[in-house]
Design a protein around this ligand. Structure first.
Ligand code: SF4
Length: 390
């Protein structure tokens, strides 16, 4: 369904804009398209960045009108795509734009994503000067064969340089790594994990390679992709030994160095999505912006908004989604809080579903329940039981 006008207004998302909230801003450009990726991103043509920045300004104007002033932000995350495809000059324009419509007085975390081949010292200097606190780097692997096979533009030396320079510049640094890659033995996987930790990151996000249907590999799968259960299990065993606590299914961090922005998603807090293809969630309303740059620009120019899809999450679906998101984290579900928000009927239903899950997948504490490491490994089969219909 094409949603053309003030969706956040008439569907009640507006109230969600009044308190400090989390903001995700999507930069829809990459230097090339990786074969496994179906994110909203493309190689920018001449003039695309100008179009994008002026459309973003229209979107911010529309939202600040709706909220009655600058948007107050608690966490801000600029992701992509590849935000470091923007030059420092383009970053200056982007940040000036954000500072006109966003009030950073209550900000607790300001993150950006970077790819090793396009992260420059100029980016690091500019980000430090403008209050960015955290960089998430798309390392993916520290093995050159794996990086080549993935079609990435960087090699392991560039990845190392990017992490070392970011750490040395005083940022809180996270690195992404992927498993399930062709030829990736456990030994190679261990080497990437160990090397990334030794470079000084405080956080790692680990992903199984998945071939999105809309990606090149989704249509023409390569040989050599495998189920990475064993690799994931290895990370769960190894990383806590060197101080990285698993605080979410895909996330490991040194003490307290969690991603506050990602915690907002798992806690089902309001997240405003800006830019092409961005998802947002405001007071029960989930929406997606038009993923094409042209469609996004047209929409915001004509109406100030770009949502092409929205759904209202309530009732049983909301309870189910909250339970699943909370179980992704090590803190799990606070049962009294769940009962307060969704009623005793939903709590009883939850307890019944959980009683059918093997004991070694769940850890019951006083007033809460969370997944064990084993539970995190088989989480998909647990979600199937928790996906409730009315
Ligand atoms: S995986 Fe990342 S770098 Fe590769 S095309 Fe997708 S968004 Fe761009």
């Amino acid at each position: 369904m094409k949603v053309t006008s003030h969706i956040l207004d008439f569907e009640g998302g507006r109230e969600g804009l009044s308190e400090p909230l989390s903001v995700y801003l999507h930069v829809p450009f990459c230097r090339s398209k990786c074969p496994y990726c179906s994110f909203a991103s493309s190689v920018p043509r001449l003039g695309d960045v100008d179009l994008y920045l002026s459309a973003l300004e229209s979107e911010l104007i529309g939202l600040s009108r709706l909220s009655g002033g600058p948007l107050s932000v608690r966490t801000l995350y600029i992701g992509g795509g590849t935000p470091t495809v923007l030059s420092v000059e383009e970053w200056i324009r982007l940040m000036d734009l954000l500072d006109r419509y966003i009030d950073r007085g209550s900000i607790e975390e300001f993150s950006v994503e970077a790819n090793p081949e396009s992260l420059s010292d100029g980016h690091l200097r500019f980000w430090r000067d403008r209050g960015i606190s955290r960089i998430s780097i798309g390392v993916q692997s520290l093995d050159d064969d794996e990086l080549r096979w993935l079609g990435r533009l960087h090699d392991s030396n560039e990845a190392r340089r990017a992490v070392i320079a970011s750490v040395a510049s005083g940022f809180d640094v996270s690195g992404d790594l992927m498993f399930g890659l062709k030829g990736q033995t456990l030994r190679k996987w261990h080497r990437s994990l160990k090397a990334l930790a030794e470079l000084g990151v405080g956080h790692m996000s680990l992903y199984q390679l998945t071939l999105d249907n809309d990606s090149f590999w989704g249509k023409k799968p390569p040989e050599g992709v495998f189920d990475g259960y064993g690799h994931y299990r290895w990370a769960q065993w190894y990383l806590p030994k060197i101080g990285f606590d698993q605080y979410e299914i895909a996330s490991f961090a040194l003490e307290g160095r969690w991603s506050l922005h990602n915690l907002a998603y798992w806690n089902r807090e309001n997240v405003l999505g800006l830019g092409p293809g961005a998802w947002g969630y405001l007071n029960g309303l989930r929406y997606e912006n038009d993923p094409s740059l042209a469609g996004y620009c047209d929409s915001v120019r004509s109406s100030g908004f770009a949502a092409v899809y929205s759904e209202r999450i309530g009732g049983v679906a909301e309870a189910s989604e909250s339970a699943i998101l909370a179980l992704r984290t090590k803190w799990g579900i606070d049962l009294d809080d769940f009962c307060r928000r969704f009623g005793s009927g939903s709590k009883a239903r939850l307890l019944k579903c959980l009683s059918e899950i093997p004991d070694n997948c769940l850890e019951w504490k006083k007033g809460s329940v969370a997944l064990t490491r084993k539970g995190m490994r088989v989480a998909n089969s647990i979600w199937e039981r928790l996906l409730w219909e009315e």
